[in-house]
Design a binder for this molecule. Structure first.
Ligand SMILES: *[C@@H]1O[C@H](CO)[C@@H](O)[C@H](O)[C@H]1NC(C)=O
Ligand SMILES: *[C@@H]1O[C@H](CO)[C@@H](O)[C@H](O)[C@H]1NC(C)=O
Ligand SMILES: *[C@@H]1O[C@H](CO)[C@@H](O)[C@H](O)[C@H]1NC(C)=O
Ligand SMILES: *[C@@H]1O[C@H](CO)[C@@H](O)[C@H](O)[C@H]1NC(C)=O
Ligand SMILES: *[C@@H]1O[C@H](CO)[C@@H](O)[C@H](O)[C@H]1NC(C)=O
Ligand SMILES: *[C@@H]1O[C@H](CO)[C@@H](O)[C@H](O)[C@H]1NC(C)=O
Ligand SMILES: *[C@@H]1O[C@H](CO)[C@@H](O)[C@H](O)[C@H]1NC(C)=O
Length: 765
């Protein structure tokens, strides 16, 4: 079974109480209504009063139909209108009956509407692993992201966490328009020079569920997710951080001097699109530079995805948007946020192992993997080999024993469940499974060992005279162990993007597995021996955790290169990424133990120091995104919903979005289906003035790739030059659904390598 069904992983998945996902016809529901501002009659002072009047007119007509009503339409319309939006979308949200919605559809200026949808967050030693250092590279060059404001749409924040202390922070930038909203257990003095904004949004949630009580009606985080993601992006330095002794060290975010603005729209009581749009709307107005959205909606058309629509507006305002790919891997075409104007982040693991040591009765020591958060050791305890551990009754009778299970047929999950359910003292699991991350935080003392070490243990048990016994010790951290890292996690969602397969997604891989970051002190992190355990730091996994790494990295780039567009920052992040692991092999995929394809890993793994100086960038404007939407045959209304402009004319539709990657959607996998596709790209020289770059392409099985011209000679900085990439094939029958290679532009001085993945795939369009 895929890992995300494992109990210890479920801990990381927020279970929201999603109510009435399917609304029975006839029932009122929340709707997001897109409007055309050019229809607003001059009599209204602003869009808000126009939207209010639109909702009011609907109530007029329905109250005329039902003359018995005595409720004043004006007070009702105030309660029917949930939000009127300003920046993120053109329109409003309202709680409407089906007939009221029909009336709205006939109102002047109506463009389109969608039913409000529930949303879930993508949760399921990082800066050192990324090569960030105080003396050189991206940290000093960006002054650690100073003055860049990262907005997060999440579950709130725990303001007392040390990660949000403002030691060493300078005054708040005067351009900042945000606020620290007062609410339950949250007052304005809880913000400071690090946490500069805290707002909360739940009108959509409460309109949907009028009888709901919100336990903590403020930006205070009752879940932990938002505290974790925001401290991952921009947490301040905290010495002596660890998770029960694991991953000890100084915790800090990717951009330790950047500011945090939290927009709470995900509640333990539920989460809805209407609130998320309101949060994005406010973040744009407040003046964030970067947005981090560790959440998504599995919607297959861009014009029906409010996150895609709201982020279009953000990008248009120059805000860089980082989003999570989702945790639905390893199946293909499972990702969300596969939107051309944002960066879509996959999750990888790190070169850190959480260890345990077993000392056998004969004093031989065996190392393994463990994240047991309970007592640091288990004293000398009798040990018994219990083989498959599939007989619960037999396990239950063992009592005070360490049971040793051997996973010979990929049943590790069941074994861990059986042993945890049995009243035994500890477990040792012998397994060849490399994807054990979701099992290792156990509720009873347990260590996972490989078959080689397993033989040593079995051998000892077999030969022990008298009673075999062992001591178990936990809380060991092994950095840079001898296994390959990074690898794409099995749960990370895969491309192609269902909403826009024409653009290769995900874009990039960042650390997502067992990321240590801040946690509310009153939310339990673990469950051991029928007790909850608490910690100020927690290790979490998911693309929710990789997304804020990229948001923090973008903050560093924004600080160092303030003139770069969101597309230029994305390009720098992608083209400087690396595609080999710490053993110099291609980055692997934990989903199938094969080299990861770009549909899992994107361009490669983030490399912050390199991204600061990429040489060339692929820039793009919102006009380019519009031209792509035109070429994808979206209708004028659909495009208007996204661009918020009725003047959009599809004068130059083009599939050639100036993107730093290439994907060719094939008609078939045999030479009979052979076709050629041309891609046109323009690169901007952001490196040294005079320079020349030469193209090289890695062999791509069954495909012919040609580049024209093969050499680009720049005379000055910021000069733009174009080239054409032609992909022909397949020339032989493809053995797989994906073929891939890389195009690299290398400068003659050997300083820069600007690398892009090229993918040909038979996945359906
Ligand atoms: C805010 O709350 C804290 C902690 O409860 C309290 O110490 C402080 O006085 C409050 N500040 C204001 C301005 O109410
Ligand atoms: C909400 O509470 C009111 C009054 O108690 C009740 O009449 C109504 O049915 C409740 N609505 C829902 C959706 O539970
Ligand atoms: C939450 O607080 C806001 C601001 O005080 C208030 O307007 C709103 O009604 C509250 N919501 C709930 C569900 O209590
Ligand atoms: C455990 O698995 C083995 C091998 O599949 C099987 O022979 C045995 O009957 C199973 N035992 C129980 C109690 O299910
Ligand atoms: C578990 O075992 C311990 C001692 O081995 C015993 O005291 C306890 O009652 C047992 N609990 C259950 C639920 O069987
Ligand atoms: C473990 O996996 C390796 C590599 O996949 C394989 O060579 C080896 O035979 C496996 N060992 C066992 C005991 O399954
Ligand atoms: C868009 O429509 C045109 C004309 O019907 C067609 O040739 C083209 O293939 C379509 N493009 C896509 C991406 O579906």
């Amino acid at each position: 079974m895929s890992s995300h069904t494992r109990p210890s992983f479920v801990k990381f998945l927020f279970i929201f109480f999603l109510s009435h996902v399917l609304s029975i016809s006839g029932e009122s529901d929340n709707y997001i209504i897109y409007m055309d501002m050019s229809f607003m009659p001059k009599i209204y002072v602003d869009h808000h009063s126009w939207y209010l009047a639109t909702v009011r007119s609907v109530l007029h007509s329905s109250s005329q139909a039902r003359t018995t009503t005595t409720i004043s339409p004006s007070s009702l319309s105030n309660s029917k209108l949930i939000y009127s939006y300003t920046h993120a979308i053109q329109g409003f949200s309202a709680h409407l009956s089906p007939s009221e919605l029909e009336t709205i559809k006939n109102s002047p200026g109506y463009v389109s509407s969608i039913r409000d949808l529930p949303v879930k967050p993508d949760t399921t030693h990082s800066s050192q692993f990324l090569g960030l250092a105080a003396d050189s590279g991206a940290w000093p060059a960006s002054n650690y992201g100073e003055d860049v404001i990262i907005g997060l749409i999440d579950t709130g924040v725990w303001p007392e966490s040390q990660s949000f202390h403002d030691d060493g922070m300078t005054g708040i930038p005067s351009r900042w328009k945000g606020e620290c909203e007062v609410g339950t257990q949250f007052n304005a003095s809880m913000c400071n020079k690090k946490l500069i904004g805290a707002r909360y949004f739940n009108k959509g949630l409460t309109a949907k569920n009028p009888n709901l009580t919100i336990s903590i009606n403020s930006t205070r985080d009752t879940e932990g997710h938002g505290t974790h993601t925001s401290s991952t992006a921009a947490g301040n330095y905290v010495e002596g951080a660890s998770f029960f002794g694991y991953a000890p060290g100084t915790a800090r975010g990717m951009a330790p001097r950047a500011r945090v603005a939290m927009y709470k729209a995900l509640w333990s009581e539920g989460a809805f699109m209407s609130d998320i749009i309101a949060a994005v709307d406010r973040a744009i107005l407040d003046g964030v530079d970067v947005l981090s959205l560790s959440l998504g909606l599995d919607v297959t058309a861009l014009h029906l995805d409010p996150i895609a629509i709201a982020t279009f507006a953000a990008v248009e305002k120059g805000i860089f948007v980082s989003t999570s790919a989702g945790n639905e891997g390893p199946s293909d075409a499972t990702l969300h946020n596969g939107t051309p104007w944002v960066i879509t982040v996959a999750a990888g693991d790190m070169d850190r192992d959480y260890g345990g040591v077993i000392t056998l009765g004969d004093q031989v020591q065996v190392k393994g993997t463990s994240l047991f958060p309970g007592n640091p050791s288990l004293s000398k305890t009798p040990m018994v080999f219990t083989d498959l551990c599939n007989d619960s009754m037999a396990l239950n009778r063992l009592g005070n024993k360490i049971v040793v299970c051997e996973d010979t047929s990929n049943i590790l999950g069941d074994q861990v469940d059986n042993v945890q359910a049995a009243n035994v003292s500890g477990g040792i699991f012998i397994t060849n499974n490399s994807d054990i991350e979701s099992f290792i935080e156990t509720q009873l003392p347990a260590i996972f060992v490989d078959p080689k070490n397993g033989e040593i243990i079995k051998d000892y048990i077999r030969k022990a005279s008298g009673q075999p016994e062992a001591v178990m010790e936990f809380r060991q951290t092994i950095i840079g162990g001898n296994r390959p890292a990074p690898r794409v996690t099995s749960y990370s969602s895969r491309g192609p993007s269902p909403s826009c397969p024409a653009i290769l997604k995900p874009d990039i891989l960042a650390p997502g597995s067992l990321v240590l970051a801040a946690w509310p002190e009153n939310s339990p992190t673990s469950f051991v021996g029928s007790k909850f355990l608490y910690s100020n730091f927690n290790l979490l996994s998911g693309t929710s955790m990789s997304c804020p790494h990229v948001a923090g990295m973008a903050a560093l780039l924004r600080a160092a290169q303030p003139e770069w567009s969101p597309a230029a920052i994305r390009s720098a992040i992608m083209t400087t990424s690396y595609s080999t692991d710490n053993t110099n092999s291609p980055i692997g995929d934990l989903g199938d133990n094969q080299p990861a394809t770009p549909l899992a890993v994107g361009a490669g793994h983030i490399n912050p120091n390199k991204a600061l100086d990429p040489g060339l960038v692929y820039d793009a404007t919102t006009e380019d995104y519009t031209n792509l939407l035109c070429a994808l045959n979206y209708t004028a209304k659909q495009i208007q919903t996204i661009t918020r402009s009725s003047s959009t004319k599809c004068s130059s539709p083009s599939l050639d979005l100036n993107y730093p990657s290439f994907i060719f959607l094939l008609e078939g996998n045999t030479p009979a289906a052979q076709t050629a596709r041309e891609f046109h790209r323009t690169v901007t020289n952001v490196g040294v003035g005079m320079s020349s770059y030469t193209a090289s392409v890695t062999p791509m099985k069954g495909f012919k790739v040609s580049i024209e011209p093969e050499k680009l000679v720049f005379k000055e900085r910021y000069e733009k030059l174009s080239y054409k990439l032609t992909l022909e094939g397949p020339t032989t029958k493809m053995s797989d659904t994906v073929a891939w290679g890389y195009l690299s532009w290398t400068d003659s001085a050997g300083k820069y390598q600007v690398r892009s993945p090229i993918v040909a795939t038979t996945f359906p369009k």
